[in-house]
Design a protein around this ligand. Structure first.
Ligand SMILES: [Zn+2]
Length: 534
């Protein structure tokens, strides 16, 4: 049997992002892996009768892009399902919104939405409310979140699908509300793997459209991991998926956390899903005074005193989590927006490194890093996971400037210094915190330090600008290393997964201001097309 390829890509301008920054004419793929990279005609020997040949007419190809931080399932769920109504809605309004949604989406099995006001609890727990919801739902399963995202109101069909009966015990950390008679009321815990799989599939579909073929979900729950595993078992998972399991949660309403979640991870491991990270929120955000800083807040903070902000846990507890997770080979992504939080992480990592724990650690966001701490990331092997979509000139920057001293603001996002120090830099969209996971606007802002959409004037700490190559490196090789997948993805080289993107312009030839509008023509994952521009 001759060693022909399954796929040969030729007549392309391939930025391989290998160590030598090779620009190739094409490459060959077998069994989802790149087997040869060449100039073009040298790949002809690999073309057999069953080989698919893609002549790209000179188009530009780059490795599949890596989004090192998003909440893809939340985004997919909102995009796909949300039947929305205001949290001031009464039962009649909610039931009306559900009826309208059911009529507009006749083929859907589920209706999911929100948000009902937490004040409605006792009203929704009446059997009459459930009967009205059932009548409006046209046989579909209904699951509606409250405004805290902690509680759900389900109809009878949804409870039946989830196997909830009158005899069901309350879920872990939760409660199935029952009427005084003992009847089910429908106020209950979240849905099963099928629902999660649909949310993930939509989120990943959107990422594939933007050229993303690998990501880390930074708020993984049991349901999310079950959904990803289910998709992969069905051959429908079209991105390398890394789950960062929540250790603490102030946002997503996840009840199973930390070690309990870690203990489940092998159940959900599949060829393309790696439940290999933990996620810790160490602080919040500066405008709410919940980020921890070495210097006090500019206006004294909420109490008008000398306020530095606080962390969600003391340093010993953070160290404990790094030991617990790292000791099991679980990497740790830590949300830090203030420079004091960053220092706590670096001090804790220094300790675990001394103990021989070499787990990957991410400082997520890391907007502010005290200059003397910058070299420590590289020294300690800590990844700077930056959020370029969130910090170009905008109202967010104005909000930061209102609470932080000018000298702190002047060193926001020290990307130039981090790279010069040898730090592994990866990029995260934080989607849907940012409205779109599109990497190109973020790449543009990394280079210009200006608003990629050209709306808000000015630049932000322009001395920290990086180059096109460095920005794309962060979105490919940097992201691959951050996800713990450096040996599988991140470049177009023999042995790596055939993940690549065909784009509509040459990022090295256009003006930086034109980068934001870069379009994806096609995306391939593990040797198969997963998106093509219609
Ligand atoms: Zn996030």
């Amino acid at each position: 049997m001759p060693h022909t390829a399954d796929l040969v890509v030729r007549n392309a301008r391939v930025y391989t992002f290998d160590d030598d920054a090779t620009v190739a004419g094409g490459f060959a793929v077998r069994d989802g892996l790149i087997v040869e990279v060449g100039s073009g005609t040298d790949l002809d020997a690999l073309v057999g009768p069953d080989t698919r040949v893609e002549d790209l007419g000179g188009a530009v190809v780059i490795p599949g892009l890596v989004d090192a931080h998003n909440h893809h399932s939340v985004a997919g769920r909102a995009e796909l399902f949300e039947c929305s109504f205001p949290d001031t809605a009464g039962v009649d309004d909610i039931v009306g919104a559900v009826a309208a949604w059911a009529q507009a989406h006749p083929d859907d099995e589920w209706i999911v939405g929100g948000s009902w006001g937490s004040g409605l609890f006792s009203v929704l727990a009446e059997p009459a409310a459930l009967a009205a919801l059932d009548a409006a739902s046209a046989g579909k399963k209904v699951l509606l979140a409250d405004d805290s995202l902690h509680n759900r109101w389900a109809n009878t069909a949804a409870m039946t699908a989830a196997g909830i009966t009158i005899d069901s015990p309350d879920p872990h950390g939760g409660q199935i509300l029952r009427a005084a008679s003992g009847a089910l009321t429908g106020v209950t815990a979240p849905a099963g793997p099928e629902f999660w799989a649909r949310c993930s599939r939509r989120g990943i579909e959107i990422m594939n459209e933007r050229g993303i073929t690998a990501f880390m979900d930074a708020s993984a729950s049991e349901g999310l991991m079950a959904g990803l595993a289910l998709l992969d078992e069905r051959g429908e998972l079209s991105a390398w998926s890394v789950s960062a399991m929540l250790v603490n949660d102030f946002i997503f309403g996840t009840t199973v956390l930390g070690t309990e979640l870690f203990a489940m991870r092998e159940r959900f491991r599949t060829p393309h899903h790696f439940p290999d990270f933990a996620k810790i929120f160490l602080d919040g955000v500066p405008p709410a005074y919940t980020a921890a800083f070495l210097q006090p807040y500019r206006d004294g903070g909420p109490h008008g005193g000398c306020f530095h902000g606080t962390t969600t846990m003391p340093p010993e507890e953070l160290l404990g989590w790094l030991r617990t997770a790292g000791g099991q080979g679980i990497g740790v992504k830590i949300h830090c927006t203030g420079d004091a939080s960053v220092r706590y992480v670096l001090d804790a990592v220094e300790q675990i490194r001394a103990e021989g724990i070499d787990a990957i650690v991410h400082i997520a966001h890391g907007q502010f890093i005290e200059p003397s701490d910058v070299p420590r990331l590289a020294q300690l092997g800590v990844v700077a996971e930056i959020s370029p979509a969130l910090w170009s000139p905008s109202v967010i920057m104005d909000a930061l400037g209102a609470v932080l001293e000018p000298d702190v603001m002047a060193r926001i996002h020290p990307n130039r210094d981090l790279l010069d120090a040898g730090t592994t830099v990866a990029c995260g969209s934080d989607w849907p915190v940012s409205p779109d996971p599109n990497p190109w606007a973020a790449i543009s802002s990394l280079i210009t330090r200006a608003d990629p959409y050209g709306i808000v004037p000015g630049t932000v700490a322009v001395d920290q600008a990086i180059t096109v190559r460095e920005a794309l490196h962060a979105y490919t090789r940097g992201g691959a290393a951050a996800l713990g997948l450096a040996d599988r993805i991140g470049s177009i080289e023999p042995g790596k997964s055939a993940d690549f993107v065909v784009i509509d312009r040459d990022p090295f030839a256009v003006e930086p201001t034109e980068l934001a509008a870069t379009g994806t023509l096609a995306t391939w994952f593990a040797g198969s097309p997963v998106f093509a521009l219609a």
